[in-house]
Design a protein around this ligand. Structure first.
Ligand SMILES: [Mg+2]
Length: 427
C-alpha cells in the first residue's frame, strides 16, 4: 500500500503577450499560463501524477491556491484505493457539501478539481504502463462507467446507455488502435490567425501551416473590425487555396444579432465554422445564430463550464461542432461523459487546444473517442499551435498535419521542471 505524500503546485506564466501570439478580439494580450500540480506518493516506483489548468495570466495564482486547498485533503490517502475506483476522488471533491457552494460544478474550484483528478488519472496510467487514451479505451465498459457521475444527465444519457455505447465500441477496436498508431489523428492550425499579426505575417504562416506542415484547416481570429476581417479572410483563402478548410473564431465578442449580421458577410469564404460567436452560457442564442448563418456551422465549448451545459446545447441543437477542453471541467471523467453525450446526439467533436499543455492533454480524449466511442475521425480534428511544447517530457508530435498517438504512459502533461522553472511567477 502507498500513500500520497505531497501535492505541489507551480504557477508558470509564459510571456506570450510580448509577440501577441494568442491575441484575439476578446483576449488582447494573453500570457499563456499553467497552474501545474505534481502529486507524489511514498511508493518505490518514484512515479508522480501531473495535472494542470490552462489560464492566460492573471488569476493563475488563484487556481494554484484552489488546487493547494484540495491537496490537503489528499495527503495521507491510500493511493491504490483512490486509483482503483476514480469515482471516490470525484465524489470527494465534486460532492464536497461545502466546496460545492463555490460553483456548483463551475469556475475556479471545478477547474482545480480537474487538475487534481487529471493528476490521479496520470498516475493510474503510469502505473498501468499505458497512455491515458489507451487506458480509458481498454477499461471494461462497466468499469469505466462506474467512475462516471450521471447526475443531471439521465434524462438524455443513463449509465446503461453508456455501457451499451462502449460495448458497441469494442467492435473493431484493435484495428482502430493499429490505425491510430500508424497515421495519428488529424490536427488543424490556429498559428496564423492571431489578431495582433500583420497581414503579411498571417499569409506567410497560413501558407507554411497548410503547405509545409500539412494541416488541412487553418483558423483566423475575427470580430474586432468587419472590414479587417473581410480583407484578412480574402488573403487567407487565397494563400491556402480552395482545398484547405478555413474557420474563424470570435472568442465571445458579439451579441446575438450582431453575430448574425457579421457572420453573414463571410459566406464567400466557404467557412467550416465560426467559433464562440457569443457567451458560452447562451444556449438559445447559439441556437438562433446556428439557424441564421447556415451552412456555416457554429462551434463552441472551450469555456463551457460543465457537462450539463453540453447536454443543453445538444438538446437544443445549438451548435454544429462541439469543442471539449481538457482543463475547463473536472478532469477525465467529465470529458469522457461529454464524448458519450456527443455520441448519443451524433455530434462532431473537434477539441480545443493550443494553450500551454492543452495539445498534450486533449489529444488523449480525441483518440479514446476514436478507438472506443465514436469509432470515426470523419470531420474531426484537434486544434494545434506550436506553443511551449519544449517544456513537456513527452511533447506533442505532428506528422503530416496529424497528431502522433502518444505511447508514453500517463496523460502526457508532465513538464520538464528544469526548463519551465524560469517561468515561475514571482509576483
Ligand atoms: Mg477558440
Amino acid at each position: 500500500m502507498s500513500r500520497i505524500t505531497e501535492v505541489k503546485t507551480y504557477d508558470f506564466r509564459f510571456p506570450t503577450s510580448d509577440t501577441l501570439s494568442g491575441s484575439d478580439a476578446m483576449n488582447k494580450d494573453p500570457d499563456y499560463s499553467s497552474a501545474y500540480v505534481v502529486v507524489s506518493t511514498d511508493a518505490d516506483d518514484g512515479l508522480s501524477g501531473n495535472g494542470f489548468v490552462f489560464t492566460i495570466g492573471r488569476g493563475n495564482d488563484v487556481v494554484c491556491r484552489a488546487i493547494d486547498s484540495m491537496g490537503q485533503v489528499l495527503i495521507g490517502r491510500n493511493v491504490e484505493e483512490l486509483l482503483g475506483n476514480m469515482r471516490i476522488a470525484w465524489d470527494l471533491f465534486v460532492h464536497d457539501s461545502q466546496l460545492r457552494w463555490l460553483g456548483p460544478e463551475k469556475g475556479v474550484e471545478h477547474m482545480a478539481i480537474g487538475a487534481v483528478l487529471s493528476a490521479l488519472w496520470d498516475l493510474k496510467g503510469k502505473r498501468a504502463g499505458k497512455p491515458l487514451w489507451r487506458l480509458l479505451a481498454e477499461m471494461e465498459p462497466e468499469e469505466l462507467v462506474a467512475t462516471l457521475d450521471f447526475r443531471y444527465l439521465t434524462d438524455v444519457l443513463t449509465p446503461e446507455e453508456a455501457v451499451d455505447i462502449l460495448k458497441a465500441g469494442q467492435e473493431g477496436k484493435q484495428e482502430r488502435i493499429d490505425n491510430l498508431l500508424k497515421v495519428g489523428y488529424p490536427g488543424y492550425s490556429t498559428a496564423a490567425g492571431w489578431l495582433g499579426y500583420s497581414d503579411d505575417k498571417m499569409v506567410e504562416l497560413a501558407k507554411e501551416e497548410s503547405q509545409v506542415k500539412g494541416f488541412r484547416q487553418i483558423k483566423l481570429k475575427v470580430g474586432q473590425d468587419v472590414e479587417d476581417d473581410l480583407r484578412r479572410l480574402g488573403k487567407a483563402r487565397e494563400a491556402i487555396g480552395p482545398d484547405v478548410a478555413l474557420a474563424v473564431d470570435a472568442n465571445q465578442v458579439w451579441d446575438v444579432p450582431q453575430a448574425i449580421e457579421w457572420i453573414n458577410k463571410f459566406h464567400d469564404f466557404k467557412l467550416n465554422w465560426v467559433e464562440e460567436p457569443t457567451s458560452p452560457d447562451d444556449v438559445l442564442g447559439h441556437a438562433a445564430i446556428a439557424r441564421a448563418i447556415a451552412p456555416i456551422k457554429v462551434a463552441t465549448g472551450e469555456q463551457m463550464q460543465n457537462r450539463i451545459m453540453f447536454k443543453q446545447y445538444l438538446q437544443a441543437d445549438a451548435f454544429g461542432i462541439m469543442q471539449v477542453d481538457a482543463t475547463r471541467v473536472a478532469g477525465p471523467q467529465e470529458v469522457v461523459l461529454e464524448y458519450l453525450l456527443a455520441k448519443k446526439f451524433n455530434k462532431t467533436v473537434c477539441p480545443h487546444a493550443g494553450g500551454v499543455g492543452l495539445c498534450e492533454a486533449v489529444c488523449h480524449f480525441a483518440m479514446f473517442d476514436y478507438v472506443a466511442v465514436s469509432g470515426t475521425m470523419e470531420g474531426r480534428m484537434i486544434e494545434y499551435v506550436d506553443n511551449q511544447h519544449e517544456h513537456f517530457v513527452h511533447p506533442t508530435q505532428i506528422r503530416n498535419g496529424n497528431y502522433v498517438a502518444p505511447t508514453a504512459p500517463g496523460n502526457g502533461t508532465e513538464m520538464t521542471l528544469e526548463t519551465a522553472e524560469k517561468y515561475l511567477y514571482k509576483g
